[in-house]
Design a protein around this ligand. Structure first.
Ligand SMILES: CC(=O)N[C@H]1[C@@H](OP(=O)(O)OP(=O)(O)OC[C@H]2O[C@@H](n3ccc(=O)[nH]c3=O)[C@H](O)[C@@H]2O)O[C@H](CO)[C@@H](O)[C@@H]1O[C@H](C)C(=O)N[C@@H](C)C(=O)N[C@H](CCC(=O)O)C(=O)O
Ligand SMILES: Nc1ncnc2c1ncn2[C@@H]1O[C@H](COP(=O)(O)OP(=O)(O)OP(=O)(O)O)[C@@H](O)[C@H]1O
Length: 519
């Protein structure tokens, strides 16, 4: 196969990246190897491909459409629609009902997997032209990407970031279309755009679903960071082992160093897995464990931020992080190591963390003039809820009131776990809805309440989240901390009635205003 160089200029038009007229033209033979193609029809047509698409609604004239067997539907059903939109080449794995003479058909064994390879070739293997750090783990990915980009920017680098809240190239904020880690074609296009914009670094979250669904195929990671592993997404992965294995795949495509939280038991398991499979990959560990390469100690968390000491060999630094909570210290330490590996000096690291950005909906303090505190946090896993409540308990002078729920159509096992945690850790819980999706919200509350009731009677249940907010805020007393867990930065609420706008921070401020709380 002929090596494909960077596409000359890429421009972002909101949905698609397109090759500039001066860019190198590629036909299907440049994008798939002979071994990858099982069968070709009309293979003598070799016009330049204008784009690679996996969704018929985003196909333009001259594009290659890759038909994917999905969970909800089958891309093969949309081949004719793609051709109507102008697709010149169809990549498929099932036989089709109809073949046109003026369209090239390439039959392959695994369209989803191949899409990443095709897109990487089409966009000129962009991840080889930028330093890529991937962050995986159940909790802490988003916060870590913010910390690391903050440090890299403080050191004068132009960075791109991809994750749950949004995607960024330099200062430009792009829509992530609701995905933590985009589909492989969009990931490759995004990296190419970051390269074209002159970014030296990309920091991205790598979700377990993305790793499992080949969305990161052909992304070359320089550094990979593992934060922790606790229960989540078992509706998708089924077993903890499979969930771990999906996360671990990130380290199979990492070249320079694996940075791992040694205090997490799954982190220790990951170290062994890497030693067996990739003996040459550098492993750097962190944590309070005396065997950690970066040893964490003297962690002191207050409402004003956290101070901690980090020792690596002879180097010992005391660092201040302007963010609440012990677990955020762990997130910061992983990113410090990624920065140190890239040669960033301690001064830039300390400056960035002392002025760390508030990550929307992550331990976010809502500013009011009330005599109790309000914190919004995205905690929606048992582990995150436990950490959150324990952290706030350490800091609170009064009671801790937790407002939370569990998602519908997702891992049911989380419900009793989260109920029991709130019952033990909070002084009072308000059980409510959190994206009940197609389920009956009251049935979800039944599952949570079943675990709360045997432990405490200090709770109430109100399915309507706004009403639950009114209850929590009107019952809070001086020095209490009211925690709204689960929705974080999200802007919508999904239930059987559809998707409605719901932005936790705005609802809280509105309730305070409407109910005249504190007046
Ligand atoms: C399980 C999963 O990840 N599914 C994602 C996946 O769906 P899919 O591949 O099964 O596609 P499908 O909807 O069945 O359609 C099959 C094919 O037909 C195509 N199609 C469909 C309709 C049409 O008119 N024309 C057309 O060509 C589709 O583009 C697709 O290629 O590809 C779709 C398009 O990119 C995603 O919208 C969809 O995300 C679903 C909604 C989802 O919920 N994903 C979650 C689980 C997820 O990925 N989450 C993680 C983070 C989780 C976390 O950390 O909290 C993430 O990285 O975002
Ligand atoms: N290191 C950590 N350990 C445990 N809990 C954490 C940690 N970091 C963050 N959290 C909790 O997890 C929530 C989500 O944090 P963050 O968005 O940074 O993680 P994430 O891995 O990106 O999660 P998601 O993929 O669900 O968006 C936070 O609101 C916080 O409650």
């Amino acid at each position: 196969m002929r090596p494909v160089d960077a596409r000359a200029q890429l421009r972002y038009n909101g949905t698609n990246f397109k090759c500039d007229d001066e860019g190198e033209k590629m036909n299907y033979r440049d994008l798939l190897t002979e071994e990858e193609i099982l069968e070709v029809r009309n293979g003598d047509r070799t016009e330049a491909i204008t784009d690679v698409a996996y969704d018929s609604r985003r196909v333009g004239p001259g594009a290659m459409f890759v038909a994917i067997f999905g969970f909800a539907t089958d891309g093969h059903r949309f081949v004719e629609a793609a051709i109507e939109q102008g697709a010149a080449v169809i990549v498929h794995q099932a036989d089709l009902a109809r073949y046109h003479d003026d369209v090239v058909y390439l039959k392959v064994t695994d369209c989803r997997r191949l899409l990443g390879h095709i897109a990487s070739r089409f966009f000129g293997h962009p991840s080889e032209k930028i330093t890529v750090t991937g962050i995986t783990g159940t909790n802490g990915k988003t916060s870590s990407t913010y910390f690391l980009t903050g440090i890299l920017r403080a050191a004068g680098k132009k960075c791109a970031r991809m994750g749950t809240i949004d995607n960024q190239i330099g200062d430009a904020v792009l829509d992530n279309k609701g995905r933590t880690t985009s589909e492989s074609r969009d990931t490759q296009a995004f990296i190419a755009e970051a390269v074209a914009a002159g970014c030296s670094d990309l920091v991205m979250e790598a979700s377990s679903q993305a790793l499992d669904l080949d969305r990161l195929t052909d992304v070359h990671f320089d550094y990979a960071l593992f934060t922790n592993l606790t229960q989540d997404h078992l509706d998708y992965h089924k077993t903890f082992e499979a969930y771990f294995e999906a996360k671990a795949r990130l380290f199979d495509q990492t070249e320079k160093a694996a940075i791992i939280n040694r205090d997490d038991p799954w982190g220790r398991k990951l170290i062994n897995r890497i030693r067996e499979r990739h003996p040459k990959l550098k492993i750097i560990t962190y944590g309070e464990d005396p065997a950690a390469d970066y040893r964490l100690s003297a962690v002191d968390c207050t409402t004003g931020g956290s101070t901690f000491t980090l020792q690596a060999g002879d180097e010992k630094e005391t660092i201040f992080l302007d963010v609440l909570g012990r677990f955020m210290v762990y997130n910061a330490v992983g990113t410090i190591i990624a920065a140190r590996e890239q040669g960033i000096d301690w001064a830039a690291i300390k400056a960035a963390l002392a002025d760390a950005p508030v990550v929307e909906g992550r331990m976010e303090r809502i500013k009011t003039n009330l005599d109790f505190d309000i914190v919004v946090d995205y905690a929606h896993t048992p582990d995150a809820l436990e950490n959150l409540l324990k952290t706030v308990k350490e800091l609170a002078r009064g009671r801790v009131i937790a407002v939370f729920g569990c998602g519908g159509d997702r891992d049911h096992g989380k419900r009793p776990l989260m109920g029991a945690i709130a019952a033990k850790e909070a002084d009072f819980s308000v059980l409510t809805s959190d994206n009940s999706r197609s389920e009956d919200p009251e049935a979800i509350l039944d599952d949570i309440e079943a675990a709360v009731r045997p432990i405490t009677d200090q709770y109430t249940r109100i399915a309507d989240r706004r009403e639950a907010t009114v209850y929590a805020l009107t019952h809070a007393r001086k020095d209490d901390v009211v925690i709204f867990a689960g929705k974080g930065h999200e802007k919508t609420e999904t239930s059987r009635n559809g998707v409605r706008p719901y932005y936790e921070k705005a609802v809280i401020l509105d309730v305070i205003e409407q109910e005249k709380i504190g007046k």
